[in-house]
Ligand binder design. Structure first.
Ligand SMILES: *Cc1c(COP(=O)(O)O)cnc(C)c1O
Length: 343
């Protein structure tokens, strides 16, 4: 049975071109630096985000945590938003791997106030009680569906540079953010020292993310990646799909965004469904069904019976995510099914 899967864009299957590229990939032992396809992906990825070097990592979480681990010393403080993925969805890894303290600040729908950040920056030698600020993290696109403006990115980077603190961008959906802003990814990543982005979300690669930054940073990260068990051998089979992701799939994201807006608009016409329309920047639609009298469990099961997979509520909201394998026709079909279940 073919399902329409709206749980996430992580569910995307590789495209036929990816499978072909993986089948034909020339590979070598990447821990020895012998994998030509991986070399090509890392060089290409660095160029796409305007950084000196890049490193393939198994997942987005791995890339973020590797970045914290590489930028910071144990006991450093990392300033970041209270609703970001690193705080909310990475299993507390920052305390286990990098051994850092997360200093959260209130996020206004994903946007952090540069002044608030500046107020929190501390130097270890200032006071016997103080940890030093080792890193500032920004998330864009934010997993709440919104894109952070370039002016905020710039403001944060200026504050960071003034105080000589590096900035890491969790850009799991960097290319969705670039698509929304109508700029190249480089225009966003010029406001950070390191960036992680996922190949395996909307870009459809089966596995992998990229961490990019200065050559010095990536050299150090490559060693730390080995420590974390992320030294991969004939990883060119994965890199081959990653190259297709970066060369062929970025332009498709605007269709995912259009489909998400269509989905949000149509869902909002259903009685009692409240869609967070102002936050539909990327491929996500958030809504509540409390006023319909239907429980989210009933909606999940009802849709599953009709061949549509969705996740249950989180924080009282349901999230639908469009992706390459969800067509406009699928969107209309989903809306009709939701209507049938709620009415
Ligand atoms: C998905 C995601 C990650 C982590 O990626 P995984 O590959 O699932 O580990 C990190 N940050 C954000 C914002 C994400 O959406």
């Amino acid at each position: 049975m073919k399902y329409i899967d709206l749980r996430s864009d992580t569910v995307t299957q590789p495209t036929p071109n990816m499978r072909e590229a993986m089948f034909n990939a020339i590979v070598g032992d990447d821990v020895y630096g012998d994998d030509p396809t991986m070399r090509e992906l890392e060089e290409y990825a660095a160029k796409v985000v305007g950084k000196e070097a890049a490193l393939f990592v198994p997942s987005g979480t791995f890339g973020n945590q590797l970045s914290l681990f590489t930028h910071c010393n144990r006991g450093d403080e990392v300033i970041l938003g209270d609703d970001c993925h690193i705080v909310a969805h990475e299993v507390g890894a920052a305390s286990v791997i990098a051994g850092v303290q997360l200093r959260t600040i209130v996020s206004n729908k994903g946007e952090l106030d540069p002044k608030e950040i500046e107020n929190r920056i501390r130097k270890a030698d200032e006071d016997i009680h103080f940890p030093g600020t080792g890193l500032i993290c920004v998330e864009n696109a934010h997993s709440n569906g919104r894109v952070v403006s370039l002016s905020i990115m710039k403001g944060i980077y200026e504050v960071a540079q003034k105080h000589n603190v590096p900035v890491h961008l969790d850009g799991a959906r960097l290319f969705n953010a670039a698509t929304y802003l109508g700029v190249e990814a480089k225009e966003i990543t010029k406001y950070c020292d390191s960036v992680m982005f996922c190949l395996s979300k909307g870009l459809c690669a089966p596995v992998g993310s990229i961490l990019a930054g200065s050559k010095e940073f990536i050299d150090k990260a490559r060693k730390n990646r080995k420590l974390m068990g992320g030294g991969l051998r004939q990883a060119g089979v994965l890199a081959a799909a990653g190259l297709v992701a970066l060369k062929e799939m970025i332009n498709n994201l605007k269709i995912d965004h259009e489909n998400a807006i269509l989905l949000g608009e149509e869902l909002s016409k259903i009685d009692g469904v409240k869609v967070r329309k102002e936050d539909m920047h990327i491929n996500m639609v958030f809504f509540t069904i409390k006023d319909t009298g239907c429980s989210s469990e009933k909606l999940v099961q009802g849709l599953l019976d009709k061949g549509i997979k969705i996740n249950g509520e989180e924080n009282g909201e349901i999230r639908f995510v469009t992706n390459y394998w969800v067509s406009k026709e699928d969107v209309y079909h989903v809306v009709n099914c939701v209507k049938e279940i709620l009415n």
